[in-house]
Design a protein around this ligand. Structure first.
Ligand code: QAP
Ligand code: CO
Length: 170
């Protein structure tokens, strides 16, 4: 396995749109594995391929809630349903280290994707998982969470990052 360098905002690469994978093969499983290892080291709970320099619609998520939950490997994830009801969550991002802001998103979503074995799955997500999966799918469309906060807040954070300033400790 390998640790991949994480591309940080405001690198314009993060604005690029990722392309669907054609198949879940061993090469893609290696990417899944390397992304998971990279995310665990950070540590983080979600990572998209664009953040490690690959423009593929690939995401790994592990909420690491001490119990049963296994890591999720998602290829070509699509939101097939979103609740009317929204919620706020103070989001962060491995590509925007030490900055956190409240983001409003649908509280629940259904997501269809190909899993680690290439099988089609659809899962119902709520709570932190719903937030995380929407955050990661945004990356595949060239969006970071700063694109979902006020322009004023985004500009302040962008200016701080460009000056080499840090936000909050974790
Ligand atoms: C996306 O984010 C997410 O600032 C995943 O210094 C975040 O794993 C989904 C991290 C919140 C839902 C809610 C952030 C690590 C990790 C930092 C992450 C940092 C070190 C972020
Ligand atoms: Co992110």
């Amino acid at each position: 396995m390998a640790i991949l360098p994480i591309i940080e905002y405001p690198n314009p690469f993060l604005k690029k749109k990722s392309l669907p994978v054609e198949a879940v093969d061993d090469k893609l499983r290696t990417l899944f594995d390397n992304m998971l290892e990279t995310m665990y080291l950070a540590p983080g709970i979600g990572l998209s391929a664009v953040q490690v320099g690959k423009l593929l619609r690939v995401v790994v998520i592990d909420l690491q809630r001490d119990d049963k939950l296994e890591p999720l490997f998602l290829a070509n994830p699509v939101v097939t349903w979103a609740s009317e009801e929204t919620g706020n969550y103070k989001e962060g991002c491995l590509s925007v280290p030490s900055f956190y802001e409240d983001v409003t998103r649908p509280k629940e979503v259904k997501v269809a994707f190909l899993d680690y074995n290439g099988n089609q799955q659809e899962i119902h997500c709520d709570g932190l998982l719903a937030t995380c999966v929407q955050h990661e799918i945004d990356h595949l469309d060239g969006k970071v969470f700063l694109d979902r906060i006020s322009k004023l807040k985004k500009d302040i954070i962008t200016r701080k990052i460009k000056k080499g300033m840090k936000g909050e400790p974790r």
